[in-house]
Write a protein that binds this ligand. Sequence first.
Ligand code: HEC
Length: 175
Amino acid sequence: MSDVRRGAVAVTVLLGAALGAAAPGATAPAQPAVIAETATAVATPASTVPAGVEDPQRAWQNWTLNCQGCHRLDGSGSDSTAPGIARTVAKFLWVPGGREYLVRVPGVATSPLSDAELAEVMNWMLWRFDREHLPAAFAPFTAAEVGRLRTRPLRLEASQMRSDLLSKAEGLASP
Ligand code: HEC
């Protein structure tokens, strides 16, 4: 059995155990959602691993520990923490300056992750939350690019830049 398959089976067993353990009639416990998310990442066959992501499991973990507190596990965000990125985040790549913006936002630029880990999370995030809007010519972020961009974190100008870029992108058809 390949490692990927073994991982998927292990997760399936875990998931079954977690679901089985829930009291009858209990509302959906938080834990299985997290495990199901892991299952998706673990069970991703090598051929569909997103470009620029060496280890989807590690990317998911880094997202969970460093990003989801504001962006939520499903990228939906909230009014008080962060804008939703699900089904919009890759659109920034359609317009000049958007690629740089994605790395220079404070939550990304000042994250404790290393340049390589951050590049991997960015590539994973774009694929996980908005793969339908990824430009066909998208070149994955590299550690070197992320390292360069994050030395100039945005501050208060981030939200104005965000709305300018997004309104330009919304005016375009998918490239
Ligand atoms: C403290 C809350 C917080 C954390 C933690 C955080 N972000 Fe954000 N993020 C925001 C906010 C708020 C914005 C909107 C831009 C701004 O005003 O900074 C944003 C914007 C973004 C954007 C630009 C897309 C858009 O719609 O504006 C990306 C990409 C992003 N974050 C990814 C991440 C990643 C990856 C991590 C983890 C390494 C992370 N963020 C951690 C709050 C956070």
